[in-house]
Design a protein around this ligand. Structure first.
Ligand code: 5GP
Ligand code: ZN
Length: 116
């Protein structure tokens, strides 16, 4: 059974109720372009089920975090981005603004050589 929250923007994206630029989707996770990119390649991967932060997802369903990390690697490499940062802000004090587990996948555009 899926876990959702009525007032969560990422649950609405998962459900297709609001649009997003989807780079990949599995039965466990979805990869979308960040609305407000902070890097040349800035994608969010999120487990489909709603939990507030990564460790809560891991506690509820450890595999869900692994699926999201695997999807992050897949969409990055498919875009030619082999080197990237994977970031999970946890808590408002760390900059978390959407309380549905997600990982930022941050990389340079293919061919860019500046360090991340
Ligand atoms: P956080 O600050 O919680 O770690 O990251 C939330 C991210 O979600 C931000 O980078 C923000 O730009 C992105 N974001 C917020 N609302 C939306 C949305 O409706 N669609 C997409 N694609 N990204 C969103
Ligand atoms: Zn949610």
């Amino acid at each position: 059974m899926s876990v959702t929250s009525d007032d969560c923007v990422f649950c609405k994206i998962v459900a297709g109720d609001i649009p997003a630029d989807v780079l990949g989707r599995t039965e466990h996770a979805i990869a979308i372009k960040d609305l407000n990119p902070q890097a040349p390649f800035h994608v969010l991967v999120l487990p489909l089920d709603h939990h507030e932060y990564a460790a809560a997802s891991a506690a509820a369903d450890p595999a869900s975090v692994g699926h999201a990390v695997a999807l992050a690697d897949e969409v990055a490499r498919a875009a030619g981005v082999d080197d990237y940062r994977l970031v999970a802000n946890t808590g408002a004090g760390a900059g978390q603004t959407v309380f549905h587990t997600h990982f930022h996948v941050l990389g340079q555009a293919p061919g860019m050589t500046e360090s991340l």
